[in-house]
Design a binder for this molecule. Structure first.
Ligand code: N01
Length: 544
C-alpha cells in the first residue's frame, strides 16, 4: 500500500474536497467564490490568522499598495459599488478593511481554514487526488490543488554574520509583529531600499531618534502622488469604473493606461521632455509602464528616462555626496528593470539631521553585533533592525511546500535548474496542480486583482470543462511547457531586464537560477495564448 493510500485508509478525519486553494489573498478568495458558485466543494487553507495574503503579513509601518485603490480591487459591480478607499494608494489597514468587506458580502470565511500552513502535498495516482498535510496536523484530500500563495510568500533573510547576536528588536518587513512596533524615539536601522525599505524609512524618519538606511543598490523610485479621496472625487471616479475595469485586460500590465505607441528616440528632444514631465506629474507607474515603448528595450531611450529621473531626484537632496549615492551619475542598472517603488518623501528624509545613509557598495556590512551593525567605517548603534531584504519571489512560496508528483519528484527538484510552467499555471509531472501568479505568467508585470481574476476565470473554466467531460486528471505536457519556457526567456532577452540583479530574475537569492520568472509580452498577448489553448480543447495539456 502506498503512503497516500495508507493515509487515506487510516485517517478517518480526512476531509475530501473537490478543490483545495492555498492562500487567502486576492487570488485565493476570487477562486473560492468562483468555484463555490459552480457547486464545487472548495476550501481555502491559509497560513495566516486573517484575510489578505500579503496584506496580512506586510503590516510594517507605512506598508501600502503601489497601485491606485480603484484598480486594486475586484471588478464585480457589487464588490465596489458601496466600497470606497479613503486614499488613492490604500494602506495595509484599509486593504484589510476591504477584504473584510468582501468577506461579509460573500461569506468567504466559512470555507477558509486559518492558521493552517500547507507543508506537504502528495499526488495519489490511484485516485487522482492530492493529499495535503498542514501545520495544524490536518490531512485533506482534493481532486485539484490550486496554489494562490502570491509572489512574496517567502521572505528572504540574508546570511549576515552575527545576525542572531543582535539583542534589540529585529524583524523582516513581511513578518512584522501583528500587534505593531513603536519606532518612536528609537535608533532604527533599515537594511534594503526596495519598496518595503522605502516605505518603512519614510515612516521611521518622522518618529525615530535616529534612522540609518543601509543601501546596496539605489532605488529609482517614482513619485506616488498620494492623495485623500473625498466623496466627490470617489463619485466621479466611480462613474468611470466599468470602463476602467473593462480596459484593464487590454493593457500591458492590467492597469487602465498603457505604454505609449511611440519610441523615445523618434520624437524631438522637446516632445520627449514634455512627455516625461507629463508622466511625472501623473506619477505612480506612469513614468515606467505608461512611457515610450522602448524605454525597457533600448539603451539610449532608457538612458534618457534615467537622466530625467535623476535630474528630478537630485533637486530634492541637499547634500551632493548623499545625492550621488541615491541617484548616481552613472546608473548601476538601467531605469525600470528593477521594479521602481513609489515614494512620498523618501528623498527628503535624507535632508533631516536624524537620518543617515550608508552606502554598502563602498562600505559593506562586516557583521551584525549585539548592539547594531558594524561596517568598515564604524559601528551603527541600533535598538531596532528592520530587514527590508525582500523575498524568494515568485517561486519561493511554491517550492517551500513539499509538493510531490506521482513519480515522487518534488516541484523544487523540477525547478532546480530552471522553471517550467506552461502558461505559468501548470507543470508537467504535477497533475491537477494549478497556480495563480505562477512563474512564467505576467505575475510581477500585472496588477494583482486583474491577474487574480483573469487566471482565476481560466482555471474555473478548465475545471468546469473537466467536470463536463468526466475527466479526472489534467497535466501540462513536456513539449508545451518547454515551448512556453523558450518563449518567455526569448521575450525577456529582447529587453533590458536581464541587466539587473532583480527578483524578476531570481537574482536576489544566492544560488537561485538566474532567469526571467515573468512573461514580459504583456497581458493581452498572454490572455490570447490562454484563450487559444482553451479553444483548442486545452492544447498543451493532457486530459484523461
Ligand atoms: O524587496 P526588494 P521589497 N545586504 O527585493 C536589499 C512588492 N512590494 O520587499 O537591490 C544588503 O525589492 C536589496 O538590495 P539589492 C513590490 O513588487 C510592494 O522591498 O539587491 N541589502 C534591496 O534593496 C516589490 O518589488 C509594495 O542590492 C540587501 C532590498 O534588500 C516587491 O514586493 C510594498 C541584502 C530588497 O528589495 C519586493 O519589495 C512592498 C544584503 N545581503 C513590497 N539582501 C507596494 O505595493 C537584500 N538586500 C508599495
Amino acid at each position: 500500500m502506498s503512503t497516500t493510500e495508507a493515509t487515506r485508509t487510516n485517517n478517518s478525519a480526512i476531509e475530501d474536497l473537490d478543490v483545495i486553494v492555498v492562500g487567502a489573498g486576492f487570488a485565493g478568495l476570487y477562486l473560492l467564490d468562483r468555484l463555490r458558485s459552480m457547486g464545487m466543494a472548495v476550501q481555502v487553507f491559509e497560513a495566516g490568522a486573517g484575510l489578505g495574503g500579503v496584506w496580512y503579513w506586510n503590516c510594517y509601518p507605512g506598508a501600502r499598495v503601489d497601485s491606485p485603490g480603484p484598480i486594486y480591487q475586484y471588478s464585480r459591480d457589487d464588490m465596489w459599488r458601496r466600497w470606497q478607499f479613503g486614499e488613492l494608494y490604500p494602506s495595509w489597514q484599509e486593504l484589510r478593511d476591504y477584504f473584510h468587506y468582501v468577506d461579509e458580502k460573500l461569506g468567504l470565511s466559512r470555507d477558509i481554514r486559518f492558521n493552517r500552513r500547507v507543508n506537504q502535498a502528495e499526488f495519489d495516482p490511484a485516485h487522482n487526488r492530492w493529499i495535503v498535510r498542514s501545520s495544524d496536523g490536518s490531512v485533506a484530500s482534493a481532486r485539484y490543488l490550486v496554489l494562490c500563495t502570491g509572489l512574496s510568500a517567502k521572505p528572504y533573510v540574508p546570511d549576515l554574520p552575527g545576525l542572531d547576536d543582535f539583542t534589540g528588536e529585529r524583524h523582516h518587513t513581511a513578518l512584522w509583529p501583528q500587534q505593531g512596533l513603536d519606532l518612536a524615539g528609537k535608533r532604527v536601522g533599515v537594511i534594503g531600499t526596495g519598496a518595503s525599505g522605502v516605505q518603512v524609512a519614510q515612516e521611521a524618519a518622522g518618529v525615530a531618534a535616529h534612522l540609518t538606511v543601509f543601501q546596496r543598490t539605489p532605488n529609482l523610485a517614482l513619485p506616488m502622488r498620494q492623495k485623500k479621496l473625498d466623496e466627490d472625487a470617489i463619485r466621479r471616479m466611480k462613474e468611470k469604473y466599468p470602463e476602467m475595469f473593462d480596459r484593464r485586460t487590454k493593457t500591458f500590465a492590467g492597469f487602465d493606461y498603457d505604454v505609449l505607441a511611440k519610441s523615445a528616440l523618434e520624437v524631438s528632444d522637446d516632445e520627449r521632455q514634455a512627455t516625461f514631465e507629463r508622466l511625472w506629474e501623473i506619477g505612480g507607474f506612469a513614468p515606467w509602464i505608461g512611457s515610450f515603448n522602448d524605454i525597457l528595450l533600448n539603451e539610449e531611450a532608457n538612458r534618457a528616462a534615467y537622466q530625467f529621473w535623476r535630474d528630478k531626484t537630485l533637486k530634492r537632496i541637499k547634500d551632493p555626496a548623499i545625492a550621488e549615492i541615491l541617484a548616481p551619475a552613472e546608473p548601476i542598472h538601467p531605469f525600470g528593470v528593477k521594479r521602481p517603488s513609489l515614494e512620498q518623501h523618501f528623498y527628503e528624509i535624507f535632508n533631516q539631521p536624524n537620518v543617515s545613509l550608508v552606502d554598502l557598495r563602498t562600505n559593506p556590512i562586516e557583521r551584525v553585533t549585539p548592539g547594531g551593525i558594524r561596517t568598515a567605517a564604524g559601528e551603527h548603534e541600533l535598538d531596532i533592525l528592520v530587514l527590508a531584504t525582500g523575498f524568494d519571489a515568485v517561486t519561493g512560496g511554491l517550492t517551500s511546500i513539499d509538493i510531490r508528483g506521482p513519480a515522487g519528484e518534488t516541484l523544487k527538484d523540477k525547478w532546480a535548474t530552471g522553471v517550467r510552467a506552461h502558461l505559468g499555471m501548470a507543470a508537467a509531472g504535477f497533475p491537477n496542480l494549478l497556480f495563480v501568479y505562477g512563474p512564467q505568467s505576467p505575475n510581477g508585470f500585472c496588477n494583482g486583482p486583474t491577474c487574480a481574476e483573469v487566471q482565476g476565470d481560466w482555471i474555473a473554466r478548465l475545471l468546469d470543462h473537466l467536470r463536463q467531460g468526466n475527466y479526472t486528471r489534467v497535466e501540462a505536457t513536456v513539449a508545451a511547457e518547454e515551448a512556453w519556457r523558450a518563449q518567455v526567456l526569448a521575450l525577456a532577452d529582447a529587453t533590458l531586464f536581464p541587466r539587473a540583479d532583480s527578483w524578476y530574475l531570481g537574482a536576489n537569492i544566492p544560488g537561485k537560477p538566474r532567469e526571467m520568472l515573468s512573461f514580459t509580452g504583456g497581458l493581452p498577448a498572454y490572455l490570447a495564448k490562454c484563450s487559444e489553448s482553451a479553444e483548442r480543447g486545452y492544447e498543451g495539456f493532457a486530459l484523461s
